[in-house]
Design a protein around this ligand. Structure first.
Ligand SMILES: Nc1ncnc2c1ncn2[C@@H]1O[C@H](COP(=O)(O)OP(=O)(O)OP(=O)(O)O)[C@@H](O)[C@H]1O
Length: 256
């Protein structure tokens, strides 16, 4: 599989400098510096419990940093008003690991719900075309009247992505998008993440333990080690090392 290359785009949509976060005596983030450039896919890797979710929660203002500067779309997330934070969150789509669909609603209703909650001025016709366009984009228009329980795990992931995308976020955050899926479906989700980048011009952070996914979707890769991103760059840059904290990731994913 061909590795993606970094983009030449230099406009930053997320900029994190010197970020620290502790819970009691447990120092999770210890000097995180990270940038997400416009239209790039950045893969974030790291062992379980290293603080990837904590980092994402700080980015969307669900947790406050202890120290450091966190700018998202040129706004300091810990210095803006709650109203500004809510407006900012609409520009940052979060695709949950478990897809987080409403089981009692059809696929159509799952997509209509965020639209009417957040964009109250749309007409019925506009809502219908937005829902159909987004389902078509993820290749699942034919499931529009089905219930989530009637869909496969891969289809639920796609609907979850469509539901996040329907608000047209500038930034997408994918939390372990291929977790629990078979290899073929993983490849389909990887393609979808790349299609979303191309078609909707999103900038994305993809948290994953799946290095095939990392290689397929990431323009850059950043590995969280001991509370900071010590290794960042292309897939090759990050894994071309004998660092014993890094090698097992590679060896486990690509049996040598
Ligand atoms: N609100 C909180 N209060 C106390 N400790 C917390 C809180 N949130 C996270 N932690 C701790 O911070 C550490 C990092 O958690 P986090 O969920 O960010 O890990 P992760 O890298 O996302 O792991 P995984 O890959 O398993 O999802 C964990 O030890 C967790 O217990």
């Amino acid at each position: 599989m061909k590795e993606k290359k970094p983009l030449s785009e230099q406009e930053k949509v997320i900029e994190i400098n010197g970020l620290y976060k502790s819970f009691g005596n447990y120092h999770v983030l210890r000097g995180v510096d990270l940038e997400l450039y416009k239209r790039e896919n950045l893969v974030v890797l790291g062992k379980s419990g290293t603080g990837k979710s904590v980092l994402i929660k700080i980015v969307v203002g669900l947790l406050a940093p202890d120290h450091g500067d966190v700018r998202v779309l040129n706004q300091h997330v810990d210095q803006i008003t709650y109203k500004e934070l809510l407006a900012l969150r609409l520009k940052v789509g979060f695709s949950f690991q478990n897809s987080a669909l409403y089981d009692s609603m059809t696929v159509r209703e799952n997509l209509v719900f965020p639209l009417i909650r957040n964009q109250k001025k749309l007409t019925k016709g506009e809502i219908t075309s937005a829902v159909e366009e987004m389902l078509d984009a993820v290749g699942l228009l034919h499931t529009i009247n089905q219930m989530p329980s009637e869909l496969s795990g891969g289809q639920r992931k796609r609907i979850g992505i469509a539901r996040t995308l329907i608000l047209r976020p500038e930034i997408m955050l994918y939390d372990e998008p291929t977790a629990g899926l078979d290899p073929i479906t993983c490849l389909e989700i990887n393609s979808l993440i790349n299609e979303v980048q191309e078609r909707f011009h999103t900038s994305s952070i993809i948290i994953t333990h799946d290095l095939t996914c990392a290689k397929a979707v990431g323009n850059r890769v950043a590995m969280l080690l001991d509370g900071k991103f010590e290794r960042q760059g292309t897939f090759e840059d990050v894994f071309n090392t004998n660092d014993e904290r890094v090698k097992p990731f590679y060896d486990y994913n690509f049996i040598q």
